[in-house]
Design a protein around this ligand. Sequence first.
Ligand code: SF4
Ligand code: SF4
Length: 446
Amino acid sequence: MLDTYYHSIRFDDSTCHGCMACMRVCPTQAIRIRHKRAVMLEDRCIDCGECIKSCTRNAVVPLTESMANLAKFDCTVAIPSPALYTQFDGDVTPGVILQALRNSGFTDAATLSWSCGAVTQAIELFVAAYRGPRPLISSFCPSVVRLVQVKYPELVDQLLPILSPREVAAREAKLKASSDTGLPPDRIGAVYVTPCPAKMVSIVDHPGMDRSYIDSAVGISELFPLLAPAIREVQTSGQKVAETETAAGLGWAFSINLPSSLPAEDTLSVWGLPNVLRILDDIDKGKLHRYTFVECHACFEGCVSGALTVENPYVARARALRLGQSLPRRDIVSGPELQARHARGDFATTAPFAPRPPRPLGRDIVGAIAKMQERDRLLDRLPGIDCGACGAPTCAAFAEDVVIGEAEEAQCVFVRQGRLEDAVRRLSEGPDRLRQAGPRAVGEPS
Ligand code: SF4
Ligand code: SF4
């Protein structure tokens, strides 16, 4: 198991004022407020970006690449998430956006349409031959993958071992750029234009892969101010652009497009982390083995509501549906060719998904059980109202922090108040009584 964690966000101490908004929305209880500032518990964060969306002071900073850093490559190919096509007013077509990317400094820009079609067929072929534990869980949302690794480590073998369309697209784009330019593939930078910080983590940590084919990721929100004028320029110049994106490719902006050959009654599509958590709980309890495939998205409307998008996700979704009607629906992947490539393992992940459970409470089982009992005893003494004043999202999380030495019991205002009342009462009973008794927590019998 890896013991270091790469994360694609950081908290900016100079702007955070410890308001707790991020702590309250974090789905994995990975944030604490310490000394009036937010801090991350690295072994719990799944890089979902919910904290970015909740912070009104922009104190949660995404660690994607800056455009200025892309000069390190001899040649750069932009690979936009389909969510990018939904961000511009006036229903700008994907062809115009791809051309604007080329005019903005990228050597080329490639779509995900071929890889989306190829991956969809690869899923069908894989599922038809699959005989392992069910259901399979989609592995294309990096936050969902990390959630499984962290919170449901026993389910890692049910993560779908098929590469994501963005990885397939990056590999194919680099091969094409290498053949076009004569440069070796390692001098070509495949840059994903990402709607969320979690994709950056999948590049650095590359779960299920020996290495990622993507070299870098730039957030849609970082690129937007540069791209909007470049788009207007393409539109006003009358420059002819080819439309290479398809309706199927665009569909991945807000759903994974469940393979049509899988019976609808045997598949589930789940959106939003609270719902994903419920479904993973049910899978963990063995309740859903009648289903073949479960598609999970951390964000409520899919990638169009990622933390690095700029458009209202509902507007973006409607725009994607409108654009999809005007784009070709053709199947761009030929069956026999695809089957041969699938048989060669062209779309298969290259490494197992490794579990990454949070650090245990104790060094061994006996120590962990003792700490759990200590935690439960403390929890009984706490008020159970999850006020957050101690800097933890719940009383249970606070009790755990105390037993592992990350917090002091007296950080709970109710414990402090109980001790104060106790001391005042004992003082009023006389100095002898005060000397006899030690401090007591709230709810402890006197
Ligand atoms: S939401 Fe979190 S990061 Fe932002 S100011 Fe409040 S405590 Fe700090
Ligand atoms: S990215 Fe998600 S899991 Fe990580 S600290 Fe923020 S809200 Fe919590």
